[in-house]
Write a protein of this length. Structure first.
Length: 302
């Protein structure tokens, strides 16, 4: 719309045109919003535990580890939701379990074994897509198609969100203990391997869900950035989980609207919205850079 048209709308009409009309008129925007909401509710809490376990870079590694499975699923059945989902989950779980077993039974630490397996997986995935696919296929895998979510994909995202929330509720206590002292949990409880591998399974399925919407390169952003931003504002775990989800929801809404009006790619716009919130929080939050310059102010924060 031109400037005179915008001015003729009035304040109420302008708000409607900017914030509501895209979702009111277009079904693909409604499905994109619903898919992003489901992702936010499931991926953001996983990201909080990922951060508390000091495994944020593990999320990035696992996001690339699902690539060969998704690529093989694509070669077998084309852009099949079922084939690419199963392939991604199998590849991600294979890397997670293999790196965990190597770390628990050799002198290598988990970050080293995970790096080795994820690099092999990433190289294999890129090779498969490059040799048997084309540039359009590669862009679809790397950056996702959140505006092209169909009912089947939306059902998958909602289902994974439900499984994630139920699983986190069941594993909440051992996950908290493992964040605080994994050695203590291993010494007093048999829940340690269940918590560890169960959490890695949740990480994989949420990355696969994010892969369908945001692509392998962007999916981990919806996990790490809301958790990191929320950590600058709150200290208690319950508040941290809630704020991370709210930040992810707000960034998804903002990213969808900006990408619609500016005709920008949606996945990167959502992640950049999260990045803007993180940078502002880094400056203004109680545990940000400005407050950190004045130690006395930290004692006044509840």
């Amino acid at each position: 719309m031109t400037a005179p048209v915008w001015s003729a709308l009035g304040p109420d009409g302008l708000v409607f045109a900017l914030l509501i009309q895209p979702f009111a008129e277009f079904g693909f925007m409604q499905r994109a919003l619903a898919g992003c909401l489901a992702l936010s509710v499931s991926a953001a809490p996983v990201g909080v535990f990922l951060m508390l376990r000091r495994m944020s870079l593990t999320g990035d590694a696992m996001a690339h580890a699902i690539l060969p499975g998704a690529a093989i699923g694509y070669l077998i059945a084309g852009l099949s939701l079922t084939a690419m989902t199963i392939g991604g989950i199998v590849a991600g779980l294979a890397v997670a379990i293999s790196s965990g077993l190597v770390a628990r039974n050799t002198v290598l630490r988990e970050d080293t074994s995970l790096a080795a397996f994820y690099l092999l997986s990433l190289a294999l995935g890129v090779l498969i897509v490059s040799v048997r696919g084309n540039s359009v296929d590669l862009l679809h895998v790397l950056f996702g198609t959140v505006l092209a979510l169909d009912d089947a994909a939306l059902t998958l995202l909602v289902g994974i969100a439900g499984v994630t929330l139920v699983s986190l509720t069941l594993l909440y206590r051992p996950l908290v203990l493992e964040c605080l002292d994994p050695g203590f949990l291993r010494s007093v409880s048999h829940w340690s391997p269940v918590a560890h591998f169960g959490f890695m399974a949740l990480l994989v399925i949420n990355l696969v869900a994010g892969f369908h919407a945001l692509g392998t390169l962007m999916a981990v952003g919806l996990m790490v950035l809301p958790a990191a931003t929320a950590r600058l504002w709150v200290r208690r775990l319950g508040a941290l989980l809630l704020l991370a989800v709210l930040l992810a929801l707000a960034a998804c809404l903002m990213g969808l609207l900006i990408s619609y009006h500016a005709d920008w790619p949606t996945g990167p716009t959502i992640v950049l919205s999260l990045g803007a919130a993180y940078l502002l929080s880094m400056l203004l939050a109680p545990r940000g850079l400005v407050r950190h310059q004045h130690p006395g102010s930290r004692h006044r924060v509840a």
